[in-house]
Design a protein around this ligand. Structure first.
Ligand SMILES: Cc1cc2nc3c(=O)[nH]c(=O)nc-3n(C[C@H](O)[C@H](O)[C@H](O)COP(=O)(O)OP(=O)(O)OC[C@H]3O[C@@H](n4cnc5c(N)ncnc54)[C@H](O)[C@@H]3O)c2cc1C
Length: 375
């Protein structure tokens, strides 16, 4: 590991001033992603500015009924917060589907947003990767791409944003609040994450030296009827192969009046499915409409042989989640049925392809730091 300096910040202003003075400095939140990447030689900061003891505030109600979530709020505490559980259940479900109880107790809201892709080529410094080292190429496109992106990708990078929380935040119209030496600024989550374009090294539009201080959720009545579903190789402690955060309102005639859909593990950004949403408003809330809307969104997918299964997987996740939110008794929502066996797919003890696990039970932090999901 490269040597580096360490400073503990006491408040936002001093942290931002230090980050501004030392261009190759990085804030340290829970350290669960940054330190791992430093050990691998992928991240090589000269200075860590530890912000884990800075008071960013907790989870506070805004005057309009929305929420302000301080950047230092731990993922477990956010998931368990009563206002999050009741007003934004998709966020609770996304958070508890991520990592393990121990990691969620350590991981912060700010750090979770900025966690980096889990693409094998990015994490292995012996492999070509335009995101890690511009101009070296993308090993994944003709290599191991089963987990990688199908929407918003290009020929420089097909890495996915790996997180769950940000997918829920995308569906819930969150705003990221950050501080620079020029003062406080804000970016809607859609503008916060960025597609690779001609510079895949940048995952977000956060200015250099900026410190995330909070995430704000607007008051969103539809969000009380929201959820998150994640398909993955194991039921717990695994990143998504595909996921969906959604919120839905249906009128007495059975027509969709409001809908929010975001897809995870599909793109370098948490993917807001706006085409599907537009198609659904005013349409009957039926599995057939949900499937047609998902197919419309996924028509733009660019797939490899290994990740083409994500199109039917995500379609079925969208249909399953929206059917659940509409209160329909829909049987065809097991995403495992659509995952093709591939030589790169983990196999069970007898060599047969392992089923992909979908869904999680929401859980809360308990005294031992574990939760309701099996780890
Ligand atoms: C084994 C394992 C399994 C996992 N599984 C999942 C999963 O299934 N789903 C999932 O979503 N995540 C998963 N994770 C990732 C985990 O959620 C992240 O590591 C964690 O959320 C990062 O938060 P942190 O506070 O530890 O960030 P850190 O590691 O401290 O920082 C991450 C990045 O954010 C920056 N940063 C931190 N705080 C701020 C701030 N306030 N302002 C600006 N920049 C900041 C850092 O400089 C760094 O670049 C897993 C991790 C592990 C190790």
């Amino acid at each position: 590991m490269k040597t580096f300096e360490y400073e503990r910040a006491t408040d936002v202003a001093s942290a931002v001033a230090t980050l501004d003075r030392a261009p190759n400095a990085k804030p340290l939140g829970g350290g669960t992603n940054l330190v791992d990447l430093m050990k691998l030689g992928v991240e090589r900061p000269d200075l860590l500015v530890d912000v884990s003891r800075v008071d960013f505030g907790g989870v506070d109600e805004l005057p309009d009924g929305g929420l302000r979530i301080g950047a230092g709020v731990r993922n477990s505490d956010l998931a368990a917060h009563p206002l999050v559980r009741t007003r934004y259940p998709a966020l609770t479900r996304a958070l508890v589907s991520a990592a393990s109880g121990q990691l969620r107790n350590q991981a912060t809201t700010g750090g979770n947003l900025l966690q980096r892709t889990r693409c094998t080529y990015f994490m292995d410094t012996t492999k070509p990767c335009n995101k890690r080292e511009p101009g070296t190429g993308c090993g994944a496109i003709a290599g191991l791409s089963r987990e990688l992106g199908i929407l918003g990708v290009n020929d420089l990078c097909i890495a996915t944003h790996p997180g769950d929380m940000a997918v829920a935040l995308a569906a819930l119209d969150a705003v990221v609040v950050f501080e620079t030496v020029d003062g406080e600024q804000r970016l809607p989550i859609d503008e916060f994450f960025r597609e690779p374009g001609d510079d895949p090294t940048r995952d977000t539009n956060l200015p250099s030296g900026a410190l995330i201080t909070a995430v704000e959720l607007p008051s969103l009545p539809v969000a009380t009827n929201s959820t998150y579903r994640k398909a993955r190789d194991r039921r717990s402690y695994a990143f998504a192969l595909g996921s969906v955060a959604a919120a839905l309102s249906v009128d007495e005639a059975g027509l969709v009046t409001d809908v929010r859909i975001a897809l995870g593990a599909a793109s370098p950004v948490p993917w807001r499915a706006r085409k599907a949403e537009e198609a659904l408003v005013g349409s009957p809330a039926t599995p057939a409409s949900f499937a047609a809307a998902a197919q419309l969104e996924l028509a733009a997918a660019t797939t490899t042989e290994q990740n083409a299964f994500k199109v039917p997987l995500l379609t079925r996740l969208v249909v399953g989640v929206l059917s659940e939110l509409a209160g329909l008794d829909h049987e065809g929502d097991d995403p495992a049925e659509d995952v093709d066996p591939s030589p790169f797919r983990p196999t069970g003890a007898n060599g047969s392809p392992r089923r992909v696990a979908a869904d999680v039970e929401p859980g809360t932090r308990n005294a031992t730091g574990t939760d309701g999901s099996a780890s």
